[in-house]
Design a protein around this ligand. Structure first.
Ligand code: ATP
Length: 237
């Protein structure tokens, strides 16, 4: 249904042998929103995103993506979503063009050569297209990762700390690019971050995770008003 949320997660858990990584969380990513998933190291953000993508099997709970149950109907929505995670590396010996071609073919992107040229122009990558991906700087690699994530013009984008370890100017550039993509495409974004300022700037809503659970779920301004700096830092311990 068109009115369905971009993502609905209910009572979702992931238990590993040694850790309860995600412990019964429920939240919604409204259509067209940028929803932040905020939390410190080990809070469970990456595991949550991996379950939403269908890369990690939940121990319990339900996930609906663009109105479809997962993983039963995954094939119906996979072409309409994409993700970017630091844990999924691109082969570093392939050129940027080769890497983007592999991912574009996965999604059966029409006029793939044209789409790659368009993304390269948008993301300032034209001069690097025939360079080995592993030889690029951190900022250039992030732009390639973003090109990969946008190659199929996804209506739902899952981003796992897209600006971590970037210098402030590059991080800002990436945020602006994501914001203009969102507006142009009318896309929904789930953005995992441990940067409160980034979340405040980009997100309509924030879900705070701590030790596998949801600590809070509100607008960024309400979150900022409710927590003083000390308690907010406590969230990340
Ligand atoms: P980070 O910012 O460090 O990526 P995160 O919020 O993304 O943190 P997760 O990576 O989801 O957190 O990890 C949540 C917990 O689950 C951690 O305690 C982690 O050690 C554990 N964990 C994650 N993956 C596995 C795995 N494959 N096997 C066992 N434990 C795991």
């Amino acid at each position: 249904a068109a009115a369905a949320a971009a993502i609905e997660v209910a009572h979702l858990s992931k238990v590993y042998k040694t850790a309860r990584a995600v412990d019964g969380i429920s939240f919604t990513v409204p259509r067209g929103s940028v929803t932040g998933l905020l939390g410190g190291n080990g809070a469970g953000k990456t595991t949550t995103i991996a379950m939403i993508m269908g890369l990690v099997l939940p121990s319990a709970g339900r996930i609906r993506v663009l109105g479809c149950g997962m993983p039963e109907q995954r094939a119906d929505v996979l072409g309409r979503i994409n993700f970017e995670s630091p844990y999924v590396d691109m082969p570093s010996r392939l050129t940027v063009r080769q890497n983007l071609t592999v991912f574009g073919k996965l999604y059966a992107v029409p006029d793939l050569a044209g789409r790659i040229a368009e993304l390269a122009a948008d993301l300032d990558l034209t001069e690097f297209l025939d360079r080995a991906s592993g030889k690029l700087s951190a900022g250039q690699k992030t732009r390639v990762a973003l090109a990969k994530a946008l190659i199929n013009r996804p209506e739902l984008l899952l981003l796992d700390e897209p600006t971590a370890s970037l210098d402030p100017d590059t991080a800002d550039w990436i945020r602006s690019h994501l914001e203009s993509y969102r507006k142009q495409r009318g896309a929904s974004i789930l953005l995992a971050s441990h940067n409160m300022l980034e979340v405040e700037r980009m997100c309509d809503r924030v879900v705070i995770m701590k030790r596998g659970r949801i600590e809070d779920d509100d607008t960024p301004s309400a979150i900022m008003a409710r927590y003083n700096r000390a308690t907010l830092e406590d969230v990340f311990l």
